[in-house]
Design a protein around this ligand. Structure first.
Ligand code: NAD
Ligand code: UDP
Length: 315
């Protein structure tokens, strides 16, 4: 049995990860400041004697004897990470320093939840890990993008200088049950709008693209990366589903799958919104023997079901 720390453990991805790690017989500590996370996501785990939930902010040092750390703490939706941009940078950078310091002290293996946002508005398509990215350091997304880029820099330097056992995963757009209904990201927005027959809000003309992976595929990718041997494969490795959609196509698909009467409305495109995004997952396939298994329609139907039940609870 391993003792595993999950920062951001009450969030969307973190809560799925805690469930999976507990089901494999590990002891899990979830750390969260509940900025975007929700106790509801992990309430069913609280009776498990091998699960601990601690209210803590990763910008402050934390100490525990643990074997592994998954560093997920950070708001991920543009609406939430832009709410307090300075805090977002602090969470990424000071959170990484604190967790890397802990990993160094107790000789834990540590995985960083990095992001496709390190590629910014990419000029290379699809994006391989070797691409350095195209990020506006002054733009409204930079608190997140640059914060995550510095976190990667910290990770690789703790490895080089201190031999900390690090892993970096660049996560592409992920969706699934337990996303917050007001999270502000496109999949949750469109599903909630479609289920309520409200206007579907496309930002811009909807020609920008994203590639969406279902959360179960991501969790299996994180697990494969953390447990991959030899340990000197540090990444970064892209984990995402290469099936690419325009945002307009996504809106149409969600309207179809929900049998919705919603109409589409077009709103201004936010500043620096990347025009295209699609992972090159050759490295994950070759090294980790990982590839996504859930088709978009299958994952979307599960997510629609989740939000449908959630909305029935509210109304
Ligand atoms: P989320 O907002 O649901 O989860 C983030 C969690 O971190 C929340 O529970 C939040 O309360 C917590 N948190 C935020 N700041 C904190 C702080 N200072 N101290 C302690 N806890 C804090 O988002 P998510 O989608 O689950 O994302 C999890 C991680 O994965 C993030 O690091 C995100 O950058 C990364 N990621 C997610 C996606 C995606 O599409 N979901 C894509 C790329 C990367
Ligand atoms: N988007 C949209 N309507 C919404 C929410 C998002 O058209 O209600 C667009 C957004 O402008 C972006 C894409 O969908 O082009 C993905 O947005 P999201 O916030 O989910 O993730 P990110 O931009 O970080 O990939």
């Amino acid at each position: 049995m391993k003792k595993i720390l999950v920062t951001g453990g009450a969030g969307f991805i973190g809560s799925h990860l805690c469930e999976k790690l507990l089901s494999e017989g590990n002891e899990v500590i979830a750390l969260d400041n509940f900025f975007t996370g929700n106790k509801k996501n992990i309430i069913h785990l609280l009776d498990n004697p091998y699960f601990e939930l601690i209210r803590h902010d990763v910008t402050m040092p934390f100490f525990a004897e643990i074997d592994e750390i998954y560093n997920l703490a950070c708001p991920a939706s543009p609406v939430h990470y832009q709410y307090n941009a300075i805090k977002t940078v602090k969470t990424s950078v000071m959170g990484a320093i604190n967790m890397l310091g802990l990993a160094k002290r107790v000789n834990a293996k540590i995985l960083q939840a990095s992001t496709s946002e390190v590629y910014g508005d990419p000029e290379i398509h699809p994006q391989p890990e070797t691409y350095w990215g195209n990020v506006n350091p002054l733009g409204i997304r930079s608190c997140y993008d640059e914060g995550k880029r510095v976190a990667e820099t910290l990770f690789i330097n703790y490895q080089r200088q201190n031999k900390v056992r690090i892993k970096i995963v660049r996560i592409f757009n992920t969706y699934g049950p337990k996303m917050h209904p007001n999270d502000g990201r496109v999949v949750s927005n469109f599903i909630v709008q479609a289920l309520q027959n409200k206007e579907i809000t496309i930002y811009g003309n909807g020609s920008q693209t994203r590639s969406f992976q279902y959360v179960d595929d991501l969790i299996s990718g994180l697990d494969k990366m953390m447990n991959y041997t030899p340990e000197d494969f540090h990444g970064p490795v892209n984990i995402g589903n290469p099936e690419e959609f325009t945002i307009f196509e996504l809106a149409q698909l969600i309207i179809k799958l929900t049998n919705s009467k919603s109409k589409i409305s077009f709103l201004p495109l936010p500043e620096d919104d990347p025009l295209q995004r699609k992972p090159d997952i050759s490295l994950a396939k070759e090294v980790l023997k990982w590839e996504p298994k859930i088709y978009p329609e299958e994952g979307l139907l599960k997510t629609i079901d989740y939000f449908d039940n959630l909305l029935k609870e509210y109304f």
